[in-house]
Structure formats: C-alpha cells, structure tokens
Ligand binder design. Structure first.
Ligand SMILES: Cc1cc2nc3c(=O)[nH]c(=O)nc-3n(C[C@H](O)[C@H](O)[C@H](O)COP(=O)(O)OP(=O)(O)OC[C@H]3O[C@@H](n4cnc5c(N)ncnc54)[C@H](O)[C@@H]3O)c2cc1C
Length: 408
C-alpha cells in the first residue's frame, strides 16, 4: 500500500506555519507600503523566531529548522500564500537557494563570513548568471574572469539579477577558462556589495510593474555592468570550473520552491474565487450555483491536486536521495501553468474587481507570467524531458521510467 499519511511531526509544523501565515502574515499585508515594510517584517521575524520558525531546510546546527524535503515542501506550500510568508521565516528567493549552495559548497571561511549573516537575516544575496548575451543557454555567457595575483578581475555584464538592488552579496558567474569543455569554462565568485566593479545600471521595467514597495522587498531585476571587478581568490565558490555545478545546484532547489509557492498562491486564489462566487448574485442566482462556474472551479481543483501530488512525489524521491531531474523539469513546467490557470480563473470570476488592484489577483497575474521563463523556460525543460522519453524507450523498450512509471 502507498502511504500518503503525513508524518505527525511534519503535520504539526505545517499546521503551525499555516496558522502563522493566516494569523500574522496575511493580516500584515493590509497597509503594507515601502514605509511600513521594515517595521512589519521585523515584527513578523521576531514572532516567527519565537515560534521556532526560521530557515526551514537549513540544518539545526546552523540555526535553521532542519526540515527534510517533505516537511519543507509542506511548509513552503503554506508560505507562498502571503507575500510576507517566506520573508518572515528568512526563506525567500533568491536568497534561500544560494544559502543552500554556500552551505553545501562553501569553505569554512566562506560559511563564517558570508553564510552566517544570511542565515541570521542580517544580509541578502543575489545571483548573477544571466546576461543579455545568454540566458537559457548559459554557456554563451561572455563575462570573463582573469587571474591577477591573489585576485580575479571580472569584466562583462549581467541582466535580470533579482534582488541585486537590496543585496549585500552577489554570486557572479564568469568565464575563467575558454579552452575547457563547455560546462567547465565557468567559475562562481562571491562578491561583496556595494562594489565599484559591480554597477547596477537600472532596475529593468517589467510587465509586473514597479513600486517603492517592490524595491524594498527586492522584487526587482537589475541590469549590471561588471567593470574591473576585483574578487579575492578565496571568494571562488566550489572551485575553478565549477560554475555550472553551482548554478544547477541552486536552480534545482529554486525551481521546486517556485513550484511550492505556486501551489500556495493558487490555493489562496481558489479560496478567493470560492468566497466571491458564494457571495455574488447575477441574474437571480449565486454565481456558485451555476454549473459553468462549478466546472471552472473543478478544473482549478484538479490542477491543484495534480500539482500537490507531483511535489509530494518529488519530496519523497528527494528524501530517498533518488534522481529527480526528470520529475523536477516536468513539475516546473506544470506548476508554472497551473498557477497561471488558477489565478486567471479566479480573476475572471471576480469580474472587473479581479482586474482592479482591490484584490491581490491582478498583481499575481502579472507576476506569475515570469514562472514560465525563470530557472529555464518551458521549452528547454520540455526539450530535456522529451530527450529522456526517447532515451528511456531506447534503453528499456518503454517510456514509463521517464513518465513517472517507476512509481508503479
Ligand atoms: C522575473 C525574472 C527573474 C529572473 N531572475 C534571475 C536571477 O536572479 N539571476 C539570473 O541569473 N537570471 C535571472 N533571470 C533570467 C532567467 O533565468 C532567463 O530569462 C532564462 O534563463 C531565459 O533566458 P533568456 O531570457 O535569455 O531567454 P533566451 O535564452 O533568449 O530564450 C528565449 C526563448 O527561446 C526559447 N528557447 C530557448 N532555448 C530553446 C530550446 N532549446 N528549444 C526551444 N525553445 C527554446 C524559449 O521560449 C525562451 O523563452 C530571471 C528572469 C526573469 C523573467
């Protein structure tokens, strides 16, 4: 028998986090502005720490909760309901995935100097890989790093570095050896900010819009000039030529975290939709009593159900240390579309109210479009998934192992 019973300790943590998000984070969204953000977040963080809710997947000896993949997934699926959820427990992107990389690949010195203040919530970190020159195929990156005594000197550009505006540290990828095999040409560097060699040219205007609050939260994406940026050799993360390995390490978790937060956001959108349709009458009936509306809600519920099962299966594989790359790519694409569909449906059912900024739906709608691009666009993931389908067929005479079939 497959056991879907959630272990008691994970259940308790999930309930605690759910209550924390609903009792504290969602109410704190009321009146949230750039001016009130620092105070509100500080108060939430004090409260979260009092309840032992801090850095969920970071081991306890580093001050985190030490949650394993399943418990962490359950927690993240709650946190995404509020814009303040992950921030309140210091598990917001892009910081969280980079903390994980520092924890796994950093030297003792790097952990002490850079990871500690991140884990304490005193500093923020951003990740600069993508360039105007190259995104989905990051091997096209042009930023170079040349050794010079005890340092490297970096020159080039970066594009769409999220949270660079509020970051105290940047993790920057640059080419150290153009002669090496494609995936060994790049190295990751830890850069202390502000730095005259790492120059934020602008926050790129996006379809999600800009506001002082978004700047404060770090929901901005910067264009960076890298000019004669001097980085000590001791700040190389994960060894020379290890840049891609570092990148994949953080992206693997980042993709899943986006997906988990997408489940939470979709859940809240569906709740908002249900609240609205049960209180709104048109043509003499509640919207909730129309079969057409019920079908719309049913489709959202089906998508959310599939999304949850995918994440739970991936968490299971992660707990067992199994290879989950195929499932991660499948889920990344599915969850990005799922949240889009559910938020779009909720917005539609709210009518003009949904199009307004009197509910969070309109802002979510424009924000989540990025989910189909970040951490690898749909097509690149599908390309990989498709290749694995063919490989499985050629190896085993069936595609089952590439399509969740190893479950059965
Ligand atoms: C909101 C947001 C936040 C981001 N944050 C960060 C960050 O913090 N740090 C960072 O380094 N980067 C970040 N990025 C960049 C992101 O990782 C890239 O946008 C992504 O990798 C795609 O690269 P690109 O935009 O250059 O698209 P391109 O590589 O130019 O691709 C364009 C399009 O071509 C298609 N395509 C590409 N390759 C294939 C293929 N093999 N087969 C079929 N179709 C293909 C896809 O439709 C793709 O969308 C962010 C992007 C966004 C939108």
């Amino acid at each position: 028998m497959i056991d879907f019973e959630i272990p008691e300790d994970a259940k308790i943590i999930r309930e605690t986090v759910r209550k924390f998000v609903r009792d504290h984070c969602i109410p704190a969204e009321e009146g949230l502005t750039a001016d009130t953000f620092d105070e509100k977040l500080a108060a939430l963080r004090v409260k979260a720490r009092e309840e032992g809710l801090w850095c969920p997947f970071i081991p306890e000896e580093h001050g985190g909760m030490g949650l394993k993949p399943l418990a962490n997934a359950l927690v993240q699926m709650e946190l995404g309901e509020s814009i303040l959820g992950a921030l309140s427990m210091n598990t917001q992107g892009p910081d969280d995935a980079t903390m994980l990389t520092l924890l796994t690949h950093g030297t003792d010195h790097q952990k002490e100097k850079f990871l500690k203040p991140l884990l304490n919530g005193e500093k923020r970190i951003c990740y600069s890989m993508t360039e105007k020159a190259a995104g989905a195929d990051a091997t096209g990156m042009q930023t170079s790093a040349v050794a010079d005594g005890d340092n490297f000197v970096l020159n080039g550009e970066k594009w769409f570095s999220s949270s660079a505006d509020v970051a105290d540290i940047a993790v920057v990828m640059a080419k150290t050896n153009p002669e090496a095999p494609r995936h060994r040409q790049f190295t990751t560097f830890i850069v202390e900010l502000p730095n005259p060699g790492y120059n934020i040219i602008r926050n790129i205007p996006t379809m999600h819009g800009e506001s002082p609050l978004m700047e404060k939260i770090g929901a901005t994406h910067s264009e960076i000039e890298i000019k004669d940026l001097v980085v000590p050799k001791e700040n190389v993360l994960g060894g020379l030529g290890g840049g891609f390995e570092m990148g994949q390490h953080r992206l693997a978790y980042g993709r899943l975290r986006h997906g988990m937060h997408n489940v939470a956001r979709a859940q809240r959108a569906l709740d908002l939709a249900a609240k609205h349709v049960t209180s709104r009458d048109t043509f003499g009936s509640r919207l909730a009593d129309r079969q057409g509306v019920q079908w719309m809600l049913a489709e959202c519920a089906s998508e959310l159900y599939m999304a949850r099962l995918m994440l739970l299966h991936i968490a299971y594989k992660a707990e067992k240390g199994m290879d989950l790359r195929q499932e991660n790519s499948i889920a990344k694409v599915f969850l990005a579309h799922m949240v889009h569909k559910v938020v779009d449906t909720a917005l539609q059912l709210h009518g003009a109210l949904g199009y307004s900024h009197d509910t969070p739906l309109a802002a979510w709608y424009t924000a989540i479009r990025s989910q189909r691009l970040v951490d690898g666009p749909d097509e690149v993931h599908k390309w990989r998934v498709g290749k694995n389908v063919i490989r499985a067929y050629e190896q085993f005479g069936t595609t089952a192992s590439a399509a969740g079939g190893d479950l059965l």
